[in-house]
Design a protein around this ligand. Structure first.
Ligand code: PLP
Length: 397
């Protein structure tokens, strides 16, 4: 059974053109790009091309692109570079809804002598900008704020934030892992000092990431080793994946328009049909200002895990907003930060689409969801006593 894959914020399919470009670098083109001989030099030339392609996607210079092993490494590197190069500053600012790559790093710093501010969000997942601006101080080493949230798709006003921070002379990093390929990214416009990307979210393979480091930004490597990446990241290059990342960035630029129109249309149809056909469903996050392919929907009074299992039996791959920790289902930190009530947070499902999804797949999900939800609600002791909400009214707020 071919899966109906709507879990693209978790990972994406490698584009066949990306794979084709990578293949020779696993076999006949195995030289080390740092070698003096032309066999390795040819691989070095391909890496330079990849660097240029990445730079073009985000309007950077190739020298500002550092290849890493993943989005997590890029995020960790950005934070550590800022704190290590300004050891006299002991304050870090981020948000309550970051990916663990930032959240857990910030918590680690909090346990190791740093004061960490986690900026809250409102019920729609929008950032409290006043709180952010009031938290800034001369002691702030770095502000790291994601461009778009991986669970809800809500987009943060990074351009405005960056402008304020620039005026204050405070370094700004943004995790653009979910924004890439879905929204235009122009580092000249947003003026971030550092920005993270991940290959496997944009149809490149897993195990490759990017850290953009603006020229002149204080930097120290996180991976200390050889002279690779102009001394910014030691370690022999993951050549095939880097070459794949370059191709994926080129394709991401080409498909940007399609992502923001065709994919958004599929998502909107999926969402509105579910809201029409299933009572007591709530969209989590601001609907107007979201990534084009993401919808996070709460089906009240049932467990997301049960929905996922039933979807899985039909070959539908999605994600839930709760995770099984120590035997109990805990709603995600993102939904908790938004104050989503437990009855809704437990039953949240994230559908995340890509350019590979089709109308027929969306029809299939729209057909299968209502009977799954009513079967599960028939088994729920809470559902029978629950007050059914008016979807139209609740989701219009
Ligand atoms: N940041 C965000 C917003 C993400 O969604 C992810 C992955 O889900 C990451 C960082 C981590 O990227 P990677 O899986 O490449 O380490």
């Amino acid at each position: 059974m071919k899966p109906v894959y709507v879990d693209n914020n978790a990972t994406t399919k490698v584009d066949p053109e990306v794979l084709e470009e990578m293949l020779p670098y696993f076999s006949e083109m195995y030289g080390n790009p740092s070698s003096m001989h032309s066999f390795g030099g040819e691989v070095g030339r391909k890496i330079r091309e990849a660097r240029e392609r990445v730079a073009t996607l985000i309007n950077a210079s190739p020298e500002e692109i550092v290849f890493t092993s993943c989005g997590t490494e890029s995020d960790n590197t950005a934070i550590m570079a800022a704190v290590n190069t300004t050891p006299f500053k002991k304050h870090v600012i981020t948000t309550r809804v970051e990916h663990p790559a930032i959240k857990n790093m910030a918590e680690y710093l909090g346990k190791n002598g740093y004061r960490v501010t986690f900026v809250p969000v409102d019920g729609k997942g929008r950032l409290d900008l006043d709180y952010l601006y009031q938290s800034l101080s001369d002691d702030t080493a770095i502000v790291s704020i994601m461009w778009a949230n991986n669970e809800t798709g809500v987009i943060f006003p990074v351009e405005e934030i960056s402008r304020v921070l620039h005026e204050r002379g405070i370094p700004f990093h943004t995790d653009a892992v979910q924004a890439a390929g879905k929204l235009p990214i122009d580092v000249q416009k947003i003026r971030a000092d550092m920005l993270s990307l991940s290959g496997h979210k944009i149809h490149a393979p897993k195990g490759v990431g990017i850290l953009y480091v603006r020229k002149g930004t204080r930097f120290s490597p996180y991976m200390i080793g050889g002279h690779q990446e102009s001394g910014k990241r030691g370690g022999t290059e993951n050549t095939a994946s880097i070459i794949g990342m370059g191709k994926a960035c080129e394709l991401a630029g080409k498909h940007l328009e399609e992502e923001s129109t065709v994919v958004a249309k599929l998502r909107d149809r999926l969402e509105s049909e579910i809201l029409k056909s299933v009572p007591s469903t709530i969209v989590n996050g601001e609907r107007e200002n979201r990534l084009p392919g993401t919808t996070n929907i709460s089906f009240e009074y049932i467990e997301g895990e049960s929905i996922l299992l039933m979807l899985n039996e039909l070959g539908i791959c999605a994600s839930s907003g709760s995770a099984c920790t120590s035997g109990s289902l805990e709603p995600s930190h993102v939904l908790r930060a938004m104050g989503v009530p437990y009855t809704a947070a437990h039953g949240s499902i994230r559908f995340s689409l890509s350019r590979y999804n089709t109308d027929a797949e969306i029809d299939f999900i729209i057909e299968k969801i209502p009977p799954i939800i009513s079967r599960l609600r028939d088994l729920s002791p809470f559902w029978n006593q629950a007050e059914v909400i008016d979807n139209e009214e609740v989701n219009a707020r």
